[in-house]
Design a protein around this ligand. Sequence first.
Ligand SMILES: NC(=O)c1ccc[n+]([C@@H]2O[C@H](COP(=O)([O-])OP(=O)(O)OC[C@H]3O[C@@H](n4cnc5c(N)ncnc54)[C@H](O)[C@@H]3O)[C@@H](O)[C@H]2O)c1
Length: 318
Amino acid sequence: MLNRAKVAVVGVGNNVSALVQGIALYRATGSLPGVRRPVLDGLGVGDIDFVAAFAMSPEKVGKDLTEAIFSPPNNFPRLTDELPHSGVTVSRGLTDTTEVERVAREIAGAEVVLYAAPSGRQETARAYAEAALRAGAAFVNITSDAVARDPQWLERFVTAGLPLLGDDLTSQFGTSVVHHCLLRLLEERGLTLISSYQVNLGGTEDFRNLVENNNTKMQSKLNALTAKQSTAGRVELAPLGYLPHLESHKVAHINVEAQAWGGTSVSLDLKLKVHDPSGGAGVTIDLVRMAAGALRQQRAGYLSEAAPLLKSPPGTTV
Ligand SMILES: NC(=O)c1ccc[n+]([C@@H]2O[C@H](COP(=O)([O-])OP(=O)(O)OC[C@H]3O[C@@H](n4cnc5c(N)ncnc54)[C@H](O)[C@@H]3O)[C@@H](O)[C@H]2O)c1
């Protein structure tokens, strides 16, 4: 087994809570429910060491990472009573580009910067990407803001010899992957799509933010559904709904209307209920290990094997 990957996290929200807790749980129990790849690039699910963390709220800054993940508005549940301290004290994140150098110094030694701040703040995402470049670290962008799919940013990472993975992860078993699968099945079976929509409701801070600030998220969700198929214009996304009582659950409804042999109608309605942050962490763990593996193998830029894990990889609409 290789040395553990050293990871700095930006944003100590629900996704990072699910990631930190899941890693500790798998390390402690050795059993792996819900894990797609027990070992990836020589790294097990538990082979991640967090070496730096950044957040904005005073309730999180100054705490150990394993305590900060339970501060409100985070509402992902506790997975285990046994959560050893990480030894990483959460630092204040950056608010503008004048702080890039400070952040670059604080992440020195990290192999991967995991960018998990709120979506819809492109300049912030790029400021942290700049810090990763200066620190010589790979950058993983799980938000919908355009970094990897902006050719100029991708070129900068290629030139620096550093991996850049993004943008916007596709949840492990979320609306995008299930909806995409249904649309592909229609095509495979020769049905004609008439119309389709999805409705997403959730009670996390991520949902609250996206309801107010959906400038990059809706395009990214459409990228996940329409990039590879002739469905553009027939698939609609209802505005996201924030329902606090759902807490960390996401409830999604997917409708598909189609025509089968002889023009007869087919109608499908599906309801999906998941813990949204788990869906994120189950994919983040692979993106982080891919990025660390690539850095160690001196592979730079985007990795095509990450495409199934992303909604908006390079080549999709910004
Ligand atoms: N299923 C999923 O969880 C999923 C799927 C796809 C994409 N994403 C994206 O991943 C990101 C993280 O999701 P989440 O549920 O953990 O969100 P979250 O809102 O719970 O956490 C984001 C955290 O970042 C902090 N933050 C804000 N500005 C910051 C800054 N300048 N520097 C450092 N930290 C800052 C916030 O205070 C918050 O704690 C979001 O952008 C989300 O859209 C999540």
